[in-house]
Design a protein around this ligand. Structure first.
Ligand code: NAP
Length: 333
């Protein structure tokens, strides 16, 4: 029987995940059954939410099993098909295991067209993170022209798209990110009006007040923690906070000692709402269409950090927590 390189979860990480939490192994490739496809991975997405799946705490998505393959959004080429909907040579997007080659059922596989966009784009701007940006901002943030939008994690896959959509919709947009290079990118490439480097700023509350003199109407929060506490001092009456992610606390080993948000929200009649992009599954096709249209019209740009080599998937994942990506982090196999 043929075998393939595979990456298993070896340990449930405590605190920051490490390379030793992953096991590089080989697994057998079974024979195709009726309805199956044989896939070769081309691009693998690494995402902060995978950290949650590595722990055994109950969440909206099931935990990875120890000594079993990790899975994430991926693009693959069909090598062989016993499914009438897919042919050899097709490219598909789906939740696939961290294997070079694998047999999969067609459940959840979507054909993608390499002639319409680079394959990696279907994991980012035309995939899960693009949809998260678009639907989170429009459905939860309910932005109105002329308002001020503040985005944390602004130079990442979701954040860089949120800011640009904010500009398309006529908002004043301010970003928060972790390097001067990212700050420059936000302003020069993505059209943000202002940006703050949280790593070199001593007083975030004051820095936000300075660049948001009219206060914050919509806060798109990708990071949580202390940055988001500083934002609370700057929120406007009837402002909306979109709780998209909280990467700053994903590796905490103790529940975070957070500031009490209630007095801020009450005083400002302000709301905060968490969401998962899958809440809006019925809106995904229209969302992709809108994102593709803006891309075609050059209203949206995107950047990617592309790592090469199957063996480098775990390191690419770890590097998300060090801010080593600009835009979407993907691994080319
Ligand atoms: P990303 O922003 O492309 O990558 C993660 C970025 O987070 C890093 O580049 C880093 O940038 C920043 N970061 C890392 N540690 C940090 C810390 N301690 N404090 C502040 N910033 C830190 O990732 P993404 O895929 O776009 O995801 C962004 C957020 O959205 C994540 O929290 C993710 O879990 C969430 N998300 C939610 C949904 C949903 O359905 N709700 C869907 C997708 C993603 P810096 O250099 O700026 O620090």
């Amino acid at each position: 029987m043929k075998t393939t390189k595979t990456i298993h979860l070896k340990n449930r990480p405590t605190g920051k995940p490490e390379l030793t939490d992953f096991d590089f192994t080989t697994s057998e490739i079974p024979e195709l059954k009726e309805g199956d496809v044989l896939l070769r991975s081309k691009y693998v997405s690494v995402d902060p939410y995978l950290r949650g799946r590595m722990s055994d705490a109950p969440s909206y998505v099931e935990s990875f099993e120890l000594n079993k393959p990790i899975a994430s959004g991926s693009i693959a080429e069909v090598l062989e098909s016993k499914n009438s909907n897919f042919s050899k040579g097709d490219h598909v997007s789906g939740m696939l295991q961290w294997k070079e080659t694998q047999v999969a059922t067609a459940d959840g596989l979507i054909k993608v067209d390499p002639d319409k966009a680079p394959l990696s784009a279907y994991l980012g701007i035309l995939g899960m993170t693009g949809l998260t940006a678009y639907l989170g901002l429009t459905e939860i943030g309910k932005p109105k022209e002329g308002e001020t939008l503040l985005v944390s994690g602004a130079a990442g896959a979701v954040g860089s798209v949120v800011g640009q959509i904010g500009k398309i919709l006529g908002l004043r947009v301010v970003g928060i990110a972790g390097t001067d290079e990212k700050i420059a990118l936000l302003k020069s490439e993505f059209g943000f009006d202002e940006a703050i480097n949280y790593k070199t700023t001593e007083n975030m509350t004051e820095a936000i007040t300075e660049v948001c003199p009219d206060g914050v109407d919509v806060y798109f929060d990708n990071v949580g923690g202390e940055i988001s506490e500083a934002v609370l001092f700057n929120i406007n009456t009837f402002s909306r906070t979109v709780n998209c992610g909280a990467i700053s606390v994903y590796n905490n080993t103790e529940p975070p000692k957070s500031m009490s948000v209630q007095p801020f929200l009450i005083k400002k009649s302000s709301s905060m709402q968490g969401f998962i992009v899958h809440n809006f599954a019925d809106m995904h096709p229209a969302g992709i269409q809108q994102l593709a249209e803006w891309l075609d019209q050059d209203k949206l740009k995107y950047t990617e950090t592309i790592r090469a080599g199957f063996e480098n998937i775990p390191q690419a994942f770890l590097d998300l927590f060090e801010g080593k990506n600009k835009g979407k982090m993907v691994v080319k196999i």
